[in-house]
Ligand binder design. Structure first.
Ligand SMILES: Nc1ncnc2c1ncn2[C@@H]1O[C@H](COP(=O)(O)OP(=O)(O)OP(=O)(O)O)[C@@H](O)[C@H]1O
Ligand SMILES: [Mg+2]
Length: 266
């Protein structure tokens, strides 16, 4: 496809970019720092951000850098998560078959976590992605994980990850009990114009590009249309590269980006 035309050895702007090749914004570094702190201290953290701003990718990087001799990460991402699936999902990742009843499964999970901490000296890091989709009952259930030994000690680091409306909900009075227990909060923001340029360059460098492909004007338009959301940048860049290669343009300029956005993406 466009890779050979632009002399690329890998495909840029893909979802599964290796975490070592990610664009490292200040925001990414800060978020990773906070997540590590939450893991170390076994805290309750909440990460929010608009869709496509890189939350799941940040978590992927975080879990890959956790020392497996000290931490055990458990990751759930299920929009229709029910308490039963929640315990089942976590227990499965610990290699256990969950008991049928919710109460039993919950006790079973607490026991497994105690074993993990006491015998294997591993600190659990539970991550629940897409948490903005959880209903109130489910959010309470997740929060109850922390109510271990009557709140005296935290049995795990708990990280809720979700779109910005998660934070809007947690601000409501009905969620005060959860909100009060949050130790750390991070908000991922959209990239600014300079960061969009750096982001594009990073993906192109990963793909092995030898020279610039997008003109400054093109990057201006990509920034405007994407509002600095990584997923949208990926989409516009991929469509532009396809269009550019089909029409044999070595440099992608603003006119081409506009054409792609108007024709294929708006
Ligand atoms: N720092 C980064 N470096 C390189 N690519 C990134 C980075 N952050 C995000 N991306 C890219 O952007 C895409 C969207 O990011 P991601 O899926 O993490 O967003 P999200 O915030 O989890 O979105 P949603 O709210 O829809 O779940 C990823 O597939 C990845 O390709
Ligand atoms: Mg996500």
């Amino acid at each position: 496809m466009f890779e050979s035309f632009y002399g690329l050895t890998r495909t840029p702007f893909v979802r599964d970019i290796p975490t070592g090749e990610m664009y490292e914004s200040v925001m990414l570094d800060e978020t990773l720092g906070r997540l590590e702190y939450a893991a170390e201290r076994q805290l309750f953290a909440v990460i929010t951000g608009d869709c496509g701003t890189g939350k799941t990718t940040t978590i992927r990087r975080f879990t890959e850098t956790l020392d497996p001799a000290r931490f055990k990460s458990l990751y759930l991402s299920d929009s229709k998560l029910t308490p039963r699936h929640f315990y089942k999902g976590l227990l499965e990742q610990l290699g256990c078959e969950a008991k049928f009843y919710r109460g039993d499964a919950k006790r079973q999970l607490h026991r497994e976590i105690e074993l993990m901490r006491g015998i294997h000296h591993l600190q659990p890091v539970v991550i629940v992605d897409e948490a903005h989709l959880l209903d109130r009952e489910m959010l309470e259930e997740v929060r109850f994980l922390l109510n271990f030994k009557m709140d005296a000690q935290s049995p795990m680091a708990l990280i809720l990850v979700g779109q910005s409306e998660l934070w809007d909900r947690l601000r409501l009075q009905a969620y005060a009990a959860i909100r009060q227990r949050i130790d750390l909060q991070c908000k991922l923001s959209h990239y600014d114009r300079a960061q969009v340029g750096e982001y594009i360059l990073r993906h192109l460098r990963y793909a092995g590009a030898q020279s610039d492909i997008f003109s400054d004007g093109a990057i201006d338009d990509i920034y405007q249309f994407s509002s600095g959301s990584a997923r949208l940048i990926n989409k516009i860049c991929t469509h532009s590269l396809l269009y550019g290669a089909q029409n044999k343009h070595r440099i992608i300029d603003d006119r081409m980006v506009k054409h792609v956005i108007q024709g294929e993406l708006s």
